[in-house]
Design a protein around this ligand. Structure first.
Ligand code: 8YV
Length: 352
């Protein structure tokens, strides 16, 4: 397999390309979406950069053109860099520096086979995503969106002891599916809210971490689901986690349970989730991601109007600080790679 980044190479070759095959002149970096000003300014200083001033998502044909011309592509979650696109990459394309943590938008294996290194932006959106997870837990359990809407709509006629009652979260059991960085950040927050933290993960986390988080490990996801009041999804979307919360597994949940997803829509069988919500087999859901993004199932929209679910437009990591940090990570990855070294956030198939 031709991997472009097996070892750091710092000396530039006589061919006008460095050890990665990157040109010694500034590399052409194509960025597919509009990034914060400060990130774009720095990119202009460092690279021969083609920015997307309009922020309109690029078509497949535009992405293919970019892959044919650029040395580095900086895509986001909205760009599907599949094997077909990778096959169209020019020989000069050496790096796909994803602006995002999840890399399910990129066929990493095809890219690596083609000698294209892939990097992502881990760590810098952990806290923001964990915060948004807790916001969704609270929104669903305490009916925050539903309640807030009654004031602008003029529906609120004043306080009443039995009106707009939600459910207490203190003392409830939270099941975290995927105990990586974000899962752990959610566990810390959840404990502060008085939730009992449980988790399922491919591999049990270190016992010291478990003890610090006060989290109970469940080897069996099915058994954990059957006992939780709230379930929150935090694993990456990979072929192994596609519909991890399948129709069969969702049936284990108790009718008063709430499902929260700030990871990827594809991890939950959305049709099955909708059916259960419609049939009152589940109490509610808080979703920041959808199976067919940016399309949102009209049935989910109907459930949102009925106050049964809270839907957010994939904004878990949407803070200006987070976006700037993500941009800085991209810049460091590109720059390190250009300088002939191994970029810090290289994605390998073994991580997927
Ligand atoms: C990002 C995300 O906003 O990083 C991720 O994996 O899901 C988002 O929070 C998005 O990916 C940017 O490309």
């Amino acid at each position: 397999m031709a991997t472009s980044c097996r070892q750091p190479i710092s000396s530039a070759g006589r061919t006008g390309r460095d050890g990665h095959g990157m040109p010694q002149k500034k590399p052409l970096v194509v960025v597919t979406r509009k990034l914060p000003e400060v990130v774009e300014t720095r990119m202009r200083e460092l690279f021969d950069v083609r920015l997307n001033e309009t922020d309109a998502p690029m078509s497949n044909a535009q992405l293919a053109d970019a892959m044919r011309a650029a040395d580095v592509l900086v895509p986001t979650v909205t760009d599907r860099i599949d094997s077909g696109l990778v096959a169209q990459a020019g020989d000069q394309m050496k790096l796909i520096a994803n602006f995002g943590n999840g890399v399910d938008n990129i066929d990493v294996t095809s890219a690596l086979r083609r000698g294209i290194t892939v990097t992502n932006t881990p760590g810098v959106l952990t806290d923001d995503t964990a915060d948004m997870t807790m916001a969704l837990v609270m929104a669903v359990a305490r009916r925050i969106v539903e309640g807030a809407q009654t004031i602008p709509s003029g529906e609120w006629a004043g306080w009443s002891p039995t009106w707009m009652l939600g459910h207490r979260i203190t003392g409830k059991k939270l099941g975290i599916v995927g105990m990586g960085r974000i899962g752990q950040a959610v566990a810390v927050r959840a404990a502060a809210f008085g939730l009992e933290v449980h988790y399922h993960n491919r591999r049990r986390v270190a016992l010291a971490t478990e003890a610090k988080l006060g989290a109970t490990y469940w080897e069996s996801l099915d058994q954990m689901l059957a006992r939780m009041d709230i379930v929150s999804v935090h694993c990456p979307h990979t072929p192994a986690t596609y519909h991890l919360l399948s129709a069969r597994r969702l049936k284990y949940l108790k009718p008063h349970a709430i499902v929260v997803n700030t990871a990827r829509g594809e991890i939950i069988d959305e049709n099955a989730l909708v059916r259960m919500l419609e049939g009152n087999e589940l109490a509610g859901a808080g979703l920041d991601v959808f199976e067919h993004e940016p399309a949102v199932s009209p049935k989910l929209v109907k459930l949102a109007k009925a106050g049964k679910v809270t839907l957010l437009p994939h904004m878990g990591s949407a803070t200006i600080e987070g976006r700037i940090d993500m941009g800085e990570k991209v810049i460091v990855n590109v720059k390190t790679f250009m300088d002939g070294h191994r970029p810090p956030d290289r994605v390998l198939p073994s991580m997927l």
